[in-house]
Design a protein around this ligand. Structure first.
Ligand code: NAP
Ligand code: MG
Length: 405
């Protein structure tokens, strides 16, 4: 059989540790036998980030900007221990943070669902995708500990020097206070990313804040979403039969739990931090959580939600057998290849991505899985635990059946 040809390079960002091993195994076992892989390769492994003084990360983000689609392996975010371990000249910043700052994107996380591993919430039948606004609010706040009585004020000095003052509280005794902000520009980008992703994935979009209590701050989020939706997206939503739905955050929580899933839930920064952990835990395993960064201008970067699985990597280095789940990393590749196929009008590439995902799900549903899933397994057939490479080979066998069917 002839290999599938690609017309535009896919921007490939290699990474670290166990996921770097999975990365090369996925390419060797599942991609290269079927596709003439055309990638623009950037090595974001920590040694190369050190060698290039992190320029490689910046270059890779600009390449995604230029070509439109990237796929990223998990990478180490250095801390003091990593500076020691890798003899780093600096504690380089999180690559994801650097890339997100350049692409100005929103991260969408969705679980891969398989029969036999059921969500804790029994009525969830389809994935719930969380979109987290990863900018500002409490993550960039200024805090103050009032040691005793005093007056707390909010002062805004406009560019022309005009001052606006609000009393926050007259403290009779000690207490705490906090100042946080967001910008119209960032909220606008967030809204565009959400609406675009809803259209691209043909799913309803829910958004929730606490605008009844926060009448200026949260209300601004609500208004920006509503204005942008009406002006730019309402018609497309109608055409696709999907809906934009705004509600209060507490109402959203209740509705999400009672829902069947199958929609995108856009969250403010803090809500997204908390709710994404709740939703991913309830769906089962971090190793089955996919993630895509979507920029407001429609550039896509696909990755797994988990990290480099360091604990398994140290076992691997000692020559011990490891059973690390490659599903989310594989879905990063299939997601990126499908998007490339859509943008370049290559039906064979889209079909490849669809079939590879189906084959990997069928492999698990047939009882063959990595160790992390075994304890969650409730399927009819007994679970057969295999190592990562054997799992990828089982997926290839399943994929061959699909191809030959
Ligand atoms: P992690 O790599 O996500 O792993 C945490 C634990 O979750 C693992 O020890 C393992 O549990 C389980 N796990 C995660 N993915 C798995 C998979 N594919 N298959 C099987 N089990 C899996 O998080 P971490 O250990 O906190 O972080 C390790 C490194 O990754 C850090 O240097 C961090 O900076 C980096 N990181 C990168 C990204 C990113 O690039 N997007 C995200 C998060 C963290 P058991 O040990 O119980 O088997
Ligand atoms: Mg969190």
């Amino acid at each position: 059989m002839e290999k599938i040809k690609m017309t535009t390079p896919l921007v490939e960002l290699d990474g670290d540790e166990m996921t770097r091993i999975l990365w090369s195994d996925i390419k060797e076992i599942l991609l290269k036998p079927y596709i003439e892989l055309n990638t623009l390769y950037f090595d974001l492994g920590l040694p190369e980030r050190e060698r290039t003084r992190d320029q490689v990360t910046i270059d890779s983000a600009h390449a995604i900007e230029q070509y439109g689609v990237g796929v990223k392996c998990a990478t180490i975010t250095p801390n003091a221990q990593r500076v020691e371990e890798y003899k780093l000249s600096q504690m380089w910043k999180s690559p994801n943070g650097t890339i997100r700052a350049i692409l100005d994107g929103t991260v969408f996380r969705a679980p891969i669902m398989v029969k036999g591993i059921s969500p804790v919430v029994k009525n969830w039948k389809a994935p719930i995708t969380i979109a987290r606004h990863a900018y500002g609010d409490v993550y960039k706040c200024v805090e103050h500990r009032a040691e005793g009585p005093g007056k707390a004020e909010l002062v805004f000095t406009a560019a022309d020097g005009t001052e606006t003052r609000h009393t926050i509280f007259d403290f009779a005794g000690p207490g705490v206070l906090q100042g946080q902000y967001n910008t119209d520009a960032s909220i606008t980008s967030f809204a565009h990313s959400c609406f675009r992703y809803a259209i691209a994935s043909r799913q309803d979009l829910w958004f929730a804040t606490k605008d009844t209590i926060s009448k200026k701050y949260d209300h601004r989020f609500k208004d920006i979403f509503a204005e942008i939706f009406e002006k730019e997206y309402a018609e497309q939503f109608k055409k696709l039969g999907i809906e934009y739905f705004y509600t209060l955050i507490d109402d959203a929580v209740a509705r999400v739990v009672r829902s069947q899933g199958g929609f995108i839930w856009a969250c403010k920064n803090y809500d997204g931090d908390v709710m994404s952990d709740m939703v991913s835990t309830a769906f089962g395993s971090l190793a089955m959580m996919t993630s895509v960064l979507v920029s407001p201008s429609g550039k896509y970067e696909y990755e797994a939600a988990h990290g480099t699985v360091t604990r398994h990597y140290y076992q691997y280095l000692k020559g011990q057998e490891t059973s690390t789940n490659p599903m989310a990393t594989l879905f990063a590749w299939t997601g990126a290849l499908r998007k490339r196929g859509e943008l370049d009008a290559i039906p064979a590439l889209i079909a490849f991505a669809d079939n590879m995902e189906k084959a990997s799900i069928a492999t698990i549903e047939g009882g063959t899985m990595t160790k992390d899933l075994t304890s969650l397994w409730e399927g009819d057939v007994p679970a057969r635990t295999v190592n990562s490479r054997a799992f990828l080979c089982a997926i290839r066998d399943e994929f061959e059946k699909f191809r030959n069917a």
